[in-house]
Design a protein around this ligand. Structure first.
Ligand SMILES: [Zn+2]
Length: 113
C-alpha cells in the first residue's frame, strides 16, 4: 500500500484552505519591503507553508494583475530578478483584510462571538 501522509499533515498543507492566508502574508511583506519569489518561498516555509516557486510565481502574477503588487527588475549580481512591492491599492486591500483577520482571530483564538 502506498504511504500516505497522516490526515492532519495533509490538511495542514491544504493549499485551497490556506491560499488567502498565503496571499495576505505575501501582501504584508510586499508592503514592508520589496520581495522576490525565492525569498518569499523561504519566508513562507519559515511559517510552515510549503509552497514551490512554481506555485508562488503565478500567485505573485495574479496579485500583480489585480493591481495589488507591482514588479520591477532588479540587478542581482549578473542576473536580473523581479522584485514586487505593494501598490497603494494593495495597501488598502491589506488594511481591509486586517480587520477581517482580527475578526476571525477573535472567534478562532479568543473565543469571541
Ligand atoms: Zn512573514
Amino acid at each position: 500500500m502506498a504511504k500516505t501522509k497522516p490526515d492532519y499533515i495533509a490538511a495542514g498543507q491544504d493549499r485551497d484552505l490556506y491560499s488567502g492566508l498565503i496571499r495576505l502574508h505575501v501582501l504584508h511583506h510586499a508592503a514592508e519591503e520589496p520581495i522576490f519569489g525565492l525569498g518569499m518561498v523561504e519566508e513562507l516555509a519559515r511559517h510552515g507553508y510549503r509552497i514551490s516557486p512554481g506555485t508562488l510565481y503565478p500567485l505573485l502574477h495574479g496579485l500583480e494583475k489585480k493591481g495589488y503588487l507591482r514588479s520591477t527588475e532588479e540587478r542581482n549580481g549578473k542576473s536580473l530578478r523581479k522584485v514586487y512591492h505593494a501598490t497603494p491599492m494593495g495597501r488598502k486591500a491589506l488594511r481591509a483584510a486586517k480587520n477581517k483577520v482580527r475578526e476571525l482571530f477573535g472567534e478562532l483564538i479568543e473565543g469571541r462571538r
